[in-house]
Design a binder for this molecule. Sequence first.
Ligand SMILES: [Cu+2]
Length: 183
Amino acid sequence: MWRRSCRSTETMNGTKHRTGHVQRTRRQYIAARGALRILISVALAPVASAAAPTGIEIDHPWCASASKGVTTGACYVTVRNLGTMADRIVGVDMDVAGHVELHETSIANGIMKMRPLPHGIEIPAGTLLDLHGLGYHIMLIDLKSVLEPGRTIEGSLQFERAGSRPIKFRVETSRPRGHSHRQ
Ligand SMILES: [Cu+2]
């Protein structure tokens, strides 16, 4: 094991040294190209693994119903991270609204406040994130249509590691806890 790592270090140093020269023989050029190809495949490896299943499971995606004239809405989802590494929700896409944000609700001195979460929401490995239970919500701003109960709203959640996951939110009559997004 030690011998292998020692040898690979030597090879890397040797390649670095060769590519540092301006004038190279054809053989050296081919060797450098080969090294470059290996570097590219190493660089692509994390991207490939990010697209592979990461143990993210999505459960009960739903949006609160919103009648005609209402311009904002809220959607919720439960996410399980069954993987061995933390992941993070970094974005939400939903065509039903002009603008979509991840929000956190808090109540201070009896006044309800919402704040956007520009850095998303972390989901540590082996944990369950219930947006509804934690005071988080997906905020729909400038709703383009009525959210009638039973309707399916298509969208996607972007995860830092797991990538983009398509989601079908079902519109329900349940009201968001703590506050309403009705105006
Ligand atoms: Cu909000």
